[in-house]
Each structure stands twice: as structure tokens, then as C-alpha cells.
Design a binder for this molecule. Structure first.
Ligand SMILES: Nc1ncnc2c1ncn2[C@@H]1O[C@H](COP(=O)(O)OP(=O)(O)OP(=O)(O)O)[C@@H](O)[C@H]1O
Ligand SMILES: [Mg+2]
Length: 492
């Protein structure tokens, strides 16, 4: 025996596990068949206790190559067949196992590092994107907060100042508008971020006509397009697709901007961006084609990877196509790219045609809307400010009862109060919207069906499962005022 080597022994899985978790060894030789289990059990338990840093050589019986391979797949670094090795071979195997383990650990660290770098870039990008709108939201709100009390005071003191007050109010309402634009921007960014975590979310989807969404995207991208290319439309009549209009618009916008940015500025009459629609095999196909620089074949798949960008620092995040792919997939569609370097690129976005279900709720005719009765609505959310804003949005049309406690909601219904609709947050600390639904199902099955869930987007697996089993409507925070009003009016 080599004097530089010292050996400890264990006779079963339990002993081996104790030794390997309490001491550091350069290598472990593990017999496959042990009195209280086998080598695989030991490997599994080491993995589970987080003590899998020791290189392992498994010793197997003759003709048991399959087990050996299995052990390698489960974390062993090498194997030796009993009775078929000598000293030098054993030493070689131990050295090999140690090297192999080192490489594996290094690789794991690299993957982790890459993930951290990606996450860091992502957070930095998000923080930057959100800070801009936040700056003008806060700026405008501060200004409003400073000037409104003065204004109220001078109006009260001097009724003759109406003209000046009116002028100033107009200016203040512009600040409100700007702050709202900023808040919408933050909301959109957060929505994009959620596309990472969850690809099949419960976005409000409606039948939409791709032409009009394309037109919106074109007008938003116009500044990028007009200096670079002529835009050619080739729209065929297409049936509607089931989609979230905002998200679909975002897909078209990113693809259009990519097309524009692939074309150098200044020779607009020599370049073309074609936007075409077409129906084939139950799918609406949108093609956006440019005569730009193209994409080398080896990069065609990478363009969908997060953070892959060839644009200068600060101009592209490389998230565009990654997010587009997620959005289109969540709508049951697909996105594909073909490209010829030097000639141009074609992006095909395919979306399934919407087949309307019979019995789908139809929008109320205008007359019915006008005659709509006031509904009595119970709103439950643990955040008092959310309650206040819902009250402000619905107060004019309906009678609201709000509470931050689902227990109180149950009490009110149990004591016989009548409601036409319950609007409830899904995730609340004391009693969740799910538990509330369950209580309601027992107290008033009709009311349980008349529950509208408001969700913050972060679901526990339980909540996700729950949402799949009930047919109640749901609305994602932060919601549009109009979205909330429409949904409430439809249900109440
Ligand atoms: N039409 C196109 N022509 C040439 N290259 C393209 C085209 N579309 C995408 N690419 C390549 O794919 C890369 C990734 O596109 P993606 O939209 O994901 O991110 P980005 O445009 O770089 O950044 P972001 O969309 O976040 O602003 C681009 O940087 C570009 O190299
Ligand atoms: Mg892009």
C-alpha cells in the first residue's frame, strides 16, 4: 500500500453515509452490494444530504456492467469490476474519479454563475426601465400634492378666481395623465417579467382581428421604420384569433422593430418591410419580412435565447424574441424565422383561428347597458388601498361593501346580507379567496359562482390548481379601470 494513502472502512450504507458526511475524503470506493442496501442508495442519500462532494468509484460484480453504468448516471465517477483490477489500475481509477469530479463541480459552478449573471443583467435592465417612469410618476404626484391644497384654498378664499383655478386645474390634469402613462409603463414591464415565470397565465383573451393589432404596432414602430424602408401591407381577410390584444401587439411591435433595425438608415427607398397576413390550415399566419442584414445560419436558434443580442450596449436587451416566443406559445401558436444573410429575414407568426364556443357570453346591447341596475357588490382584499381604488372605480354605478377580512365577508353573508357579486383577492394572509369560495359554496352556491377573483400573478401551486378547477372569472392586478368595470357589469 502506498504510504501517502490512508484508508477508513465502513461495512454498510449507514456506516458509509456517516463517514462521508462527517469527514472529507479524496475518494470513496463503494461496493455495489451492501448488507443494508446498495451503492445507488448511498449515492442518493449523499445527494439528498448535500454531501455529494466526494468522488466515488463503484465496485461491481462480474457481468454487472449495466449496474455500473447506472451508478455512473447517478453520480459515481468510475467503476471497477471486482477481481478484474490490480493496484495500478485502482490508482488510475481513483485519480480519474477525482479529476472527473473536479470538472463536474466546476461545470456546475459555471452554470450557476451564468444564471446569476443573466439574473443580474435582467434585474439591472428591469430596474433601469422601471426607474424612468417611476421618476415622472413621483415627480408629477409630488407636484400635484403640493399644488392642489393651495388651489383649493385660493378657490375658497376668492370665488372670483374661477378662471385662474380652471386653467391651473387643466394643467394639473395633464400631470395626472402623465403619471398614469408612467404607471401603465411599469405595469407592462412587470407583465413582461412575468412572461418568464409563467407562460400560460390567465390573461384576459378576447377574439381579436390581427389586422388592427398590426396597424397599431405599425404606427408605434413608425419612427424606426420610416427612415429605413418602405412599408408594404399585404393583408388578406382573416378570421379572429383568441388573444390578449396588448401582448399580441407587443409581439408584432418587437418583430417590426427588429426588422427596421436590421436595415441601415438613409436608403429608405431601396428597402422594404412587408407585413402580410394569410390563412392556412386553421391558422392565421402573419409574415413580417425585411430586406436587412439577415441572420447567419448558426445564430438562427440563438435569437430566441434570452439576452442574445447583437445590438450595441444600452439599445437592446435581447429579451424581445424570447418574450415573443413565450407569448405566442401561450396563445397556442408558434413563431419561426428564416433568413438569408445579406438579403433579409422573414418572421412567421402562426396563431390558431378562434372557433367561437356556442353559448359564449355576448356583449350587452347598448340599450341594456343604459338600463343596467345598480348591483350590490362585496369586495374583499387585504390591501386597504386596493379596496379604496376599487371603490372609487365602481362607486358611481354600484353599491359597494368593502372589507379587508374574508372572515367578515363570510359573517355578513351568514347573517343574511344579500349581494349580487363578490370581488375577492385570491391570496390573502388570514383566509384566502379559495377558502372564501369554499365557505360561500356552502352558504350560497349561487354567490360562490358569482365570485370574481383578483390575482396578483404569483400563485402557489395550490392556487393554480384551484383556478383550473373553478370557472369563475378572474382579473389580474394591476387591472385597467375599464377592464374591471366591464367584467363587473357583465357579471352583476
Ligand atoms: N429581422 C432581423 N434581422 C436581423 N437580425 C435579427 C432580426 N430579428 C432579430 N435579429 C437578431 O436577433 C437578436 C435578438 O433579437 P431580440 O428581439 O430578442 O432582442 P434585441 O432586438 O436585440 O433586443 P430587444 O428586443 O430587447 O430590444 C437581435 O439582436 C438580432 O441580432
Ligand atoms: Mg428586439
Amino acid at each position: 500500500m502506498d504510504p501517502r494513502i490512508s484508508i477508513d472502512e465502513a461495512v454498510d450504507v449507514g456506516g458509509g453515509l456517516r463517514a462521508l458526511t462527517h469527514q472529507r475524503y479524496d475518494c470513496a470506493l463503494v461496493d455495489y452490494r451492501l448488507p443494508d442496501g446498495d451503492g445507488l442508495t448511498l449515492l442518493g442519500k449523499l445527494e439528498a444530504t448535500g454531501a455529494s462532494h466526494t468522488p466515488i468509484v463503484v465496485l461491481t460484480a462480474l457481468n454487472d456492467e449495466a449496474t455500473a453504468v447506472h451508478a455512473l448516471q447517478n453520480g459515481a465517477q468510475d467503476y471497477l469490476v471486482k477481481g478484474r483490477f490490480d493496484g495500478p489500475m485502482l490508482l488510475r481509477s481513483i485519480r480519474y474519479a477525482i479529476e472527473r469530479k473536479r470538472a463536474a463541480v466546476l461545470q456546475l459552478r459555471m452554470v450557476h454563475l451564468e444564471r446569476m449573471v443573466a439574473l443580474g443583467t435582467l434585474s439591472a435592465g428591469v430596474a433601469h426601465e422601471i426607474n424612468n417612469p417611476l421618476a415622472y410618476i413621483l415627480g408629477n404626484l409630488t407636484c400635484l400634492g403640493d399644488r392642489l391644497p393651495d388651489l383649493a384654498e385660493s378657490a375658497a378664499r376668492d370665488p372670483g378666481a374661477a378662471g385662474r383655478v380652471a386653467a391651473e386645474l387643466r394643467e394639473l390634469s395633464e400631470m395626472v395623465r402623465d403619471a398614469r402613462t408612467g404607471a401603465q409603463k411599469v405595469r407592462d414591464i412587470v407583465r413582461d417579467m412575468r412572461a418568464f415565470a409563467r407562460r400560460d397565465d390567465h390573461d384576459l383573451r378576447t377574439p381579436v382581428c390581427v389586422d388592427s393589432v398590426l396597424e397599431q404596432a405599425i404606427s408605434m414602430a413608425w419612427n424606426e421604420v420610416r427612415h429605413r424602408a418602405l412599408l408594404v401591407r399585404s393583408f388578406e381577410p382573416t378570421p379572429p384569433v383568441l388573444a390578449n390584444e396588448t401582448r399580441l401587439g407587443q409581439v408584432f411591435l418587437n418583430v417590426l422593430i427588429n426588422a427596421a433595425q436590421a436595415i441601415p438608415e438613409g436608403a429608405a427607398t431601396q428597402h422594404r418591410i412587408v407585413v402580410a397576413t394569410h390563412v392556412s390550415e386553421g391558422q392565421v399566419e402573419v409574415r413580417i419580412e425585411d430586406s436587412g442584414v439577415g441572420i447567419p445560419p448558426q445564430d438562427l436558434q440563438r435569437v430566441f435565447h434570452p439576452f442574445y443580442t447583437t445590438k450595441p450596449v444600452g439599445s437592446g436587451t435581447g429579451l424581445g424574441l424570447f418574450i415573443c416566443d413565450g407569448i405566442v406559445r401561450s396563445m397556442g401558436g408558434s413563431i419561426a424565422i428564416d433568413s438569408t444573410p445579406g438579403k433579409g429575414t422573414r418572421v412567421h407568426i402562426r396563431l390558431p383561428v378562434h372557433e367561437p364556443r356556442t353559448g359564449e357570453p355576448r356583449p350587452l346591447p347598448a340599450a341594456a347597458v343604459a338600463r343596467r341596475k345598480r348591483a350590490r357588490i362585496l369586495v374583499v382584499d387585504d390591501d386597504a388601498l386596493v379596496l379604496l381604488s376599487i371603490r372609487r372605480l365602481l362607486d358611481e354605478e354600484h353599491d359597494l361593501v368593502t372589507t379587508t377580512s374574508a372572515h367578515e365577508a363570510v359573517r355578513r353573508v351568514r347573517e343574511g346580507e344579500k349581494f349580487d357579486l363578490i370581488v375577492a383577492d385570491l391570496m390573502m394572509p388570514e383566509m384566502t379567496g379559495m377558502a372564501l369560495h369554499q365557505e360561500m359554496a356552502a352558504l350560497s352556491p349561487r354567490l360562490a359562482q358569482q365570485m370574481l377573483f383578483i390575482t396578483g400573478g404569483a400563485f402557489t401551486p395550490l392556487a393554480q390548481q384551484f383556478l383550473q378547477t373553478v370557472s369563475n372569472e378572474r382579473l389580474e392586478k394591476p387591472f385597467d379601470a375599464q377592464e374591471l368595470r366591464d367584467l363587473v357589469n357583465r357579471l352583476a
